[in-house]
Design a protein around this ligand. Structure first.
Ligand SMILES: Nc1nc2c(c(=O)[nH]1)N[C@H]1C(S)=C(S)[C@@H](COP(=O)(O)OP(=O)(O)OC[C@H]3O[C@@H](n4cnc5c(N)ncnc54)[C@H](O)[C@@H]3O)O[C@H]1N2
Ligand code: MOO
Length: 401
């Protein structure tokens, strides 16, 4: 029997299958230690306990003198235990000597001499009655936390104040959940990255937006390569670069089957496993999800700008969430504000605006356009049989909202 000229294409996954597969195919990246200054925005992997009492020594809250007993006070030698009737100068944050009962603020005390002409410290007219009361202006050790006390619970997204708290608790590093490193590969000889393109060329819609979307989805962009419309160029761009070690490569364009689309041939040559080769969705049906022998995942987004975003939100988001130890990205429900006709086969992802509480499809949502998405409140998932007005539909908030 004669061999067919081209192998039959596999059936695309349904949108629901593709989404579940993209979440299930990966394992959470391991937690690791990062220096405090690099931990902002990361999710804490393990409870943080203070490594010592906070503060770890009794300290003065004011500039002045540590005093014991009642005035007048004789100035004692620093570094010794104070006996009643003695004082020693202290600065804010300075060590309170043993035996001290309080701190007299510098503005409330005056150095004077007693009847015998010896130097003494006395309260002056600016001192409040009874100042300093027992314990006044002394920050006792452990006032904020005891040694070993819980400071930040695992699972918290770390803010700058958490980092300062950890530093005061004596820590230098924090254990954070893995965050997928993403390398971008933008393809297309016709793509120009600035200015007004000539006919036949297009302005790059991806480099200005993909970084922000990837960050919002829990990843961080570590590299950007451009690939021309040739197999060697695609292979070069997909190589594993030492200076941007990626967990995920997100490509744009070249997902088709034309003579200038080299993503599939390159993946084949690199020995990749194709987990998803087409999704029954519009826009975004040529989307690919592959795994390279070195463990990197490749998310192949179509070149059309809106199609790329619906693909990224559909399968890139679950993959990045899983790698980042996050739950499956949540969906919401919206009430459909205008009827959507049946469309044979694919699920449609339609940018919508909320008008009077109802979700109505935006205008300008051809897969090559961005105007509809830029004005959208979310993306609704319309099943192949369409939707009636008033029907409840699954929807997504936008990653940047
Ligand atoms: N015979 C068929 N042709 C096409 C089909 C099909 O099923 N049969 N599907 C169409 C659909 S749907 C899509 S989506 C695209 C997928 O194309 P590719 O992923 O191969 O992408 P390209 O061909 O490289 O580019 C498509 C389109 O997007 C523009 N593009 C690419 N990169 C950028 C960028 N960085 N910024 C802005 N625009 C970009 C590119 O110039 C093309 O206009 O295939 C259809 N064809
Ligand atoms: O499905 Mo394409 O991805 O419409 O633009």
């Amino acid at each position: 029997m004669e061999e067919p000229a081209t192998a039959p294409r596999p059936l695309p996954h349904t949108w629901e299958e593709a989404r579940a597969l993209a979440y299930g195919v990966a394992q959470p990246l391991p937690a690791h230690d990062v220096p405090l200054a690099q931990a902002a925005g990361r999710k804490l992997a393990a409870d943080v306990h203070s490594l010592h009492a906070m503060p770890h020594y009794a300290s003065s809250a004011m500039d002045g003198w540590a005093v014991a007993g009642s005035p007048p006070w004789i100035l004692a030698e620093p570094g010794r235990r104070l006996s009643p009737g003695q004082a020693v100068p202290v600065v804010t944050g300075g060590l309170i000597p043993a035996g001290a009962k309080a701190v007299l603020r510098s503005e409330s005390g005056t150095l004077s001499t007693d009847d015998d002409g010896l130097p003494v410290l006395v309260r002056n007219g600016a001192a409040r009655p009874g100042e300093p009361k027992n314990g006044q202006h002394i920050r006792p050790a452990g006032q904020e936390a005891a040694a070993g006390e819980l400071l930040v619970k695992a699972g918290v997204r770390l803010n700058p104040a958490h980092l300062a708290l950890a530093a005061l608790g004596g820590l230098d590093f924090l254990s954070v959940l893995g965050r997928p490193a993403v390398s971008l590969v933008l393809t297309g000889d016709e793509v120009v990255s600035s200015g007004i393109p000539d006919p036949g060329h297009v302005r790059d819609a991806f480099s200005p937006q993909l970084g922000g979307v990837v960050e919002a989805l829990g990843g961080s962009v570590v590299g950007l390569q451009r690939a021309g419309d040739s197999l060697p160029s695609m292979l070069d761009a997909l190589a594993d670069f030492d200076d941007d070690p990626a967990d995920v490569v997100i490509t744009t364009g070249a997902t088709g089957h034309s003579r200038v689309d080299f993503l599939r041939p390159a993946l084949r040559q690199m020995g990749a496993t194709l987990h998803i080769d087409g999704i029954a969705m519009r826009p975004g049906h040529p989307t690919l999800l592959a795994e390279l022998p070195d463990g990197r995942f490749v998310v192949g987004l179509p070149g059309n700008p809106l199609a790329a975003m619906t693909s990224l939100i559909s399968i890139g988001a679950p993959l990045l969430a899983r790698l980042a130890s996050l739950p499956m990205p949540a969906t919401v429900e919206v009430v459909c504000g205008s009827p959507v006709k049946e469309y044979h086969g694919p699920t449609r992802l339609m940018p919508y605006r909320l008008l009077y509480g109802l979700a109505s499809p935006c205008a300008f949502t051809d897969s090559a356009m961005m105007r509809g998405l830029a004005a959208a409140d979310g993306i609704m998932v319309v099943p192949p049989h369409g939707a009636k007005m008033g029907e409840t539909l699954t929807a997504f908030g936008l990653p940047w909202a």
